[in-house]
Design a protein around this ligand. Structure first.
Ligand code: TRP
Ligand code: ZN
Length: 491
């Protein structure tokens, strides 16, 4: 789904653009087809109505992850129907993807890891496809003209598994004792459905998950009708606000699910049944509404149509993730009592990361810096250290030799991204003063809502709203290699 500013994708960042040799090949194929009037032998191009249909790129061009996502189209909606049987770990699914071509397309890719594809239908017609190395390459019967809306239906099945990334750890689908969990950043979605797997292409989702009736199946967004048939229950979820693919989740198992409302919107929390009733996980998740309301006073209106949280018991999940509208928390956060800081962190991501998303993974500090800063704000609000005290402490502990912006792929989730990111946010506050600072935050979340951004966009908004030159500040706090002097509080 395209929203507002988008420089990245439509600026001709295609496979052919990325590979000079392929440009030539495609051009040659194009000429051949013009005369021959048929598709090139490799399906690389065809022409019709004076158009030159070319393959979409096999990645969006993210320097850290060149094969993430794909080029040539823009997904508006994923309609997912999946069935999972914990008895044999098998998943079968149908994905109905509604998209718009952003170029004349002879073929295009979806990301899908480790599952077997049985059938692909594009606009009602069976299509040829090839599936290897996590790329599902689809060649529709007819080329898809730029700006045309089209529908892809993919039937698939298999035993899903996680993706192992050497420097970033595991992500994706994982069978558990009582069910399964699909979760992970920067990628995870492609382990359970075919997807344009990059935050640049956000879309709405309608998810139906069928599981044995004694289990729960949680996902993102507003809960729909639940129906049971022959011992299987279908749980329905719908996220109508554009969502980046890594923010999708699927959690199947024995959970205590509570459905209520908050601010007139559904609030769904789920706590693993093996965690103590009324215990620290439950008590922390119970503060979801209260913490969201506080953050809304700082950042602007809550950006989604539902609220919630999911607390896991599987100890292999050592992190929490800001899955849209319903963050997922690993059990370690709640072993020594309630932990509202992690809830504040994940809920802050609903504004910073989920509603306003990074267009390139190198800018992840825009998510983690603000989410960490939200911990400082919440702690102060809750009667703990002031944000200034948190700043002073983090300042002392920081290794300034490593940048927060563009930290390198293997340091994507390193301390600088989180801590230096938060320090930079507070330095901005000290420089422009509280009044301008909170206006910057609220302008940012309002103007960039449902969009994707890079750091330069924040600089532009912060300079415009505050009326100051802030480039040197951004450079020093995000990228400099020595400790910048803390700015004196603005007068
Ligand atoms: N983004 C998560 C957070 O800050 C943390 C995280 C980093 C993560 N890498 C991950 C979560 C991989 C899941 C998988 O809350
Ligand atoms: Zn985070």
């Amino acid at each position: 789904m395209t929203h507002g500013l988008r420089f990245g994708k439509s600026s001709g960042r295609t496979a052919v653009g990325a590979r000079p040799a392929a440009v030539l090949a495609a051009a040659v194929a194009g000429v051949l087809v013009l005369t021959a009037g048929c598709t090139g032998p490799d399906g690389s191009g065809s022409s019709r109505d004076g158009r030159n249909f070319r393959p979409g790129a096999d990645g969006v061009g993210d320097p850290y992850f060149p094969t993430y996502g794909n080029g040539g189209y823009d997904v508006a909606n994923y309609g997912l129907k999946v069935r999972y049987d914990p008895a044999d770990d098998k998943l079968s699914g149908t994905a109905t993807i509604t998209a718009t071509a952003t170029q004349d397309l002879s073929r295009f890719n979806l990301d899908l890891v480790g599952l077997k594809v049985d059938k692909v239908v594009v606009d009602g017609a069976r299509s040829d496809y090839r599936h290897d190395d996590g790329e599902l390459v689809i060649t529709p019967k007819r080329g898809l003209a730029r700006d045309d809306r089209f529908t892809v239906e993919v039937e698939y099945n298999g035993v899903p598994g996680p993706i192992n990334s050497p420097d970033l750890g595991e992500g994706g689908f994982m069978a558990t004792e009582d069910g399964a969990i699909a979760l992970g950043q920067p990628e995870s979605a492609s382990t359970w459905f075919p997807v344009n797997d990059h935050p640049e292409d956000k879309a709405s989702y309608d998810i139906a998950v069928t599981v044995p009736q004694e289990l729960s199946a949680l996902s993102n967004g507003v809960p729909g009708e639940r129906s049971t048939d022959g011992g299987w229950t279908t749980w329905r979820w719908s996220e109508r606000t554009p969502m980046a693919s890594y923010l999708t989740t699927l959690v199947i198992g024995n959970y205590r699910v509570e459905t209520g409302t908050h601010e007139g919107k559904p609030l769904v929390t789920a706590v693993a049944a093996s965690l103590p009733e009324g215990g620290p996980a439950e008590r922390s998740l119970d503060r979801t509404g209260e913490i969201s309301d506080f953050l809304a006073t700082q950042f602007g209106p809550y950006p989604f149509e539902s609220y919630g949280g999911i607390a896991l018991s599987d100890r292999r999940i050592g992190y929490a993730l800001e899955t849209q509208s319903r963050p997922v928390y690993g059990p370690a956060f709640f072993t020594s009592g309630p932990n509202d800081t992690v809830v504040a962190h994940e809920l802050a991501h609903q504004w910073f990361g989920d509603s306003v998303s990074v267009r390139r993974w190198s800018d992840l500090w825009l998510n983690e810096g603000f989410a960490t800063y939200a911990e400082w704000l919440w702690t102060e609000h809750d009667g703990g250290m002031t944000a200034q005290q948190s700043f002073d402490r983090a300042y002392q502990a920081t290794d300034w030799s490593k940048p927060a912006l563009d930290p390198g792929r293997s340091a994507l989730f390193g301390r600088p991204v989180y801590q230096r990111g938060a320090l930079a946010v507070h330095a901005l506050r000290l420089t422009v003063g509280d009044e301008a600072f909170f206006r910057v935050l609220k302008t940012w979340t309002a103007e960039k809502r449902n969009g994707t951004v890079v750091t330069a966009d924040l600089l532009t908004v912060a300079e415009r709203v505050s009326g100051r030159t802030l480039r040197p500040l951004f450079d020093a706090w995000l990228s400099g290699t020595t400790a910048p002097p803390p700015p004196p509080p603005a007068s």
